[in-house]
Design a protein around this ligand. Sequence first.
Ligand code: SF4
Ligand code: SF4
Length: 363
Amino acid sequence: MADLPLPSEAMADARHNMEICNACRYCEGFCAVFPAMQLKREFSDGDLNYLANLCHGCQGCFYACQYAPPHPWGINVPQAFAALRVESYAEHAWPRPMAKLFERNGTAVSLLTALAVALVLLLAGSLQSPDVMLRAHSGPGAFFAVISYQAMVWSASAVFLFALLAMAMSTTAFWRASGGGTITAKALAHALHDSMTLRNLGGGGDGCNYPGEGFSHQRRWLHHAMAYGFLLCFAATSVATLYHHGLGLVAPYDLLSLPVLLGTVGGILMLIGTAGLLWLKVLADPAPAARAVLGGEYAMLILLAGVAKTGLLLLAFRATPAMGWLLALHLGFVLALFLALPYSKFIHGLFRTAALVRSHQER
Ligand code: SF4
Ligand code: SF4
């Protein structure tokens, strides 16, 4: 009989934590993880991946735990689950070779960003004359005088569609491997409600223990600002596409037009959310954190902040000679974001929603 593969360090640590928690059960009312854990006597790898993605890292069980370090059992559920979550992203990455990007995710996302930005800047600089790049452009089609509409739309669409496909394949693989069955409409509706409202980060009213032992709602509101800012920016792009193809209106649009208003509010919210979350990360208690995954989390927040900041700068200076290079810079950041979506912390939104669906179904 072939030898079974050894569990990874993160998997073994998560199993050790859950076996002790399942005997103790002191934290059973803290979050959805403990009631889900109590349905099991033994934990398969799929169960542990599911529980790790059901955990939203509120840190409440760490501060409440009588077996946390320096106790010899060293129980640290948020740390064990944070490490295992990243392993679950890598394990289900599509296509498979891309799993490597999760190994040193901070470096991978930073390099991807630098390469995408450099590539777009180089292409813009080499395909356009310096006169076009450094001249002020105005009126409909001003952006496309610098980078053609076809180049902009085809490159962004191709990368975005690939990212959607990769995220769908990864989430489906995670759902199957973690024991999810047929999805019911009711469980899906509850899970989407929990994801959209970040209900669990509310901690039942007091917030969660982040960035330290005290209760706070800061993480929930900043996450909302970042996520809804991102969705508003996406809505701005969708409305602009409708204007272009449906109404024959060509960008740039007036400051009070719908795409510009959506993009401006979205960009400001994204900037507030990402800057605030970065600041909380700097302040956060390192004891319940998994150091190995912090680099990837920082890199993704910085990338999102870069998209928002360059978008707002482009809006502010679009009528000046700086527009050409700012447009190329912004497109570089957007391209990097699309490329990084399936291979970064961003994928947690889908895995966590899938885990919430299973949790609601089991209830
Ligand atoms: S985290 Fe600690 S206190 Fe909470 S259930 Fe687990 S072992 Fe018990
Ligand atoms: S860190 Fe929070 S969400 Fe995660 S298991 Fe502990 S109490 Fe539950």
